[in-house]
Design a protein around this ligand. Structure first.
Ligand code: RFL
Ligand code: PHB
Length: 387
């Protein structure tokens, strides 16, 4: 079997890349380890930067997002018992869109299957090789049958725990990593959100976040220990803790999903090796405080899609050679922002009273200085792709 681009992983990165290539008349095959049902149920990110919205619309998969997504023109920072609004519209002229990652994934899967383009689920033992030549190969198994796919390029969109990054010789890569001494306990609840915009809370008991998926479904997060056991967090305890940290009268409803997510910052350099290109979580992880993970995945494949288009149109490999450098410039700025939001809002076990006062002073500065608020706002709505 032959194709032009073999895409490993059907998360936002892999599926969007497939759609961008299909629009440009470039053939690809998508290989995914999980089932379609699993991908469409997996509750993860919820915030799309304004340019992610533009990219999804231009890719022709934005109709449901524009109908059901919630445009947000600001967020609240909550500290010392009060909410302070950061007005994105006024500070940047832009907005973000609340639309669940699994909805983005659902729209992309539907577009791919409707176009009758190859997307294989429950693929096993994927192995990539020969990407140091111009005939890379992907071996895999589906339903007990072995397959070999020959291609021009491989896109490693298989997430943080995928096989593509570890297939690159170790000596070629430099890893940058920071693991945080806390995690997020996430709750999806059938309860109307207590605020029409997100609330990010810095509280003496730890960070909390109120987000949402619709006017009837709340998405809530609590800072917890990295090894937190869900058995220690019955629903009632979670609600009590959320109320205390967010200082809002939350509407309580049935818990649809509860999970613990560890927090890390991670970057691999370079994001490519020969004809293998890494995109999304396969190349970098951010702590979720800045709401950037899915947006970085979208930005990466926008750059990769354009570079592949250039190659197939003109034979030029310039944009492909620059892919890693182009992405990393922006990735590091987004890493900085995600780290900064995390440091601003969480309690660190090494913090003393001085650090807590310093955090509060920074929050007070942000909500009282237009320059400081604008810095937060322009990063949150999303830095331009060319930065
Ligand atoms: P994904 O979504 O992990 O997709 C990778 C896919 O590859 C498959 N795979 C394989 N397939 C074949 N063979 C193999 N050997 C394979 N190994 C893996 C996997 O099954 C999977 O389907 O990576 P991608 O596409 O790079 O997308 C990245 C995003 O998923 C991630 O960054 C975000 O979810 C992070 N994130 C957030 N990002 C945002 O932009 N805004 C947010 O508000 C936000 N909130 C969050 C988040 C992540 C969270 N969790 C649970 C990690 C909130 C949370 C709680
Ligand atoms: C979410 O709605 O899941 C969400 C929102 C903002 C974040 C992280 C996650 O910073």
């Amino acid at each position: 079997m032959r194709t032009q681009v073999a895409i490993i992983g059907a998360g936002p990165a892999g599926l969007l890349l497939a759609q961008l290539l299909h629009q440009r008349g470039i053939e690809c095959v998508v290989l995914e380890a999980r089932t379609r049902e699993y991908l469409e149920q997996r509750v993860r990110a919820g915030v799309l930067e304004h340019q992610s919205v533009d990219i999804l619309n231009a890719a022709g998969v934005g109709a449901r997002m524009m109908r059901d997504g919630l445009p947000h023109h600001g967020i609240f920072l909550h500290f010392k018992g009060e909410n302070h609004r950061i007005d994105f519209a006024e500070l940047t002229g832009k907005a973000v869109m609340i639309y669940g990652q699994q909805e983005v994934v659902r729209d992309l899967i539907e577009a791919r299957l409707e176009a009758r383009q190859p997307l294989h689920f429950e693929v096993e033992d994927v192995a990539v090789s020969d990407f140091d030549t111009d005939r890379p190969r992907v071996r895999y198994r589906v339903g007990g049958q072995e397959h070999t796919l020959e291609c021009d390029f491989i896109a490693g969109c298989d997430g943080f725990h995928g096989i593509c990054r570890p297939s690159i010789p170790e000596r070629e890569l430099t890893l940058y990593e920071r693991v945080y001494p806390f995690a997020w306990l996430g709750l999806l609840a059938a309860a109307p959100p207590a605020s029409h915009e997100l609330i990010y809370a810095n509280d003496a008991r730890g960070f909390a976040l109120l987000s949402m998926r619709s006017p009837a479904v709340s998405r809530l997060y609590l800072q917890c220990l990295p090894d937190a056991d869900l058995n220690d967090w019955p629903d009632e305890r979670v609600w009590t803790e959320l109320q205390a940290r967010l200082g809002s009268q939350l509407a309580i409803g049935p818990v649809l999903q509860k999970s613990v997510t560890p927090m890390r910052s991670f970057v691999v350099e370079p994001m490519s090796s020969g004809r293998l290109f890494l995109a999304g979580d396969a190349a970098h992880i951010v702590p979720p405080t800045g709401a950037k993970g899915m947006n970085l995945a979208i930005a990466d494949v926008q750059v990769l899609g354009t570079a592949l288009e250039r190659f197939y149109k003109s034979g030029s490999t310039d944009a492909l050679s620059a892919y890693s450098q182009t992405c990393l410039q922006r990735v590091w700025k987004v890493q900085r922002f995600s780290w900064w939001m995390t440091a601003l809002l969480h309690r660190f076990e090494t913090d003393n009273a001085f650090d807590q006062r310093r955090q509060l002073a920074e929050l007070e500065y942000i909500v009282s200085s237009r320059a400081a608020a604008q810095t937060l706002a322009e990063n949150y709505v999303g830095l331009p792709l060319s930065l």
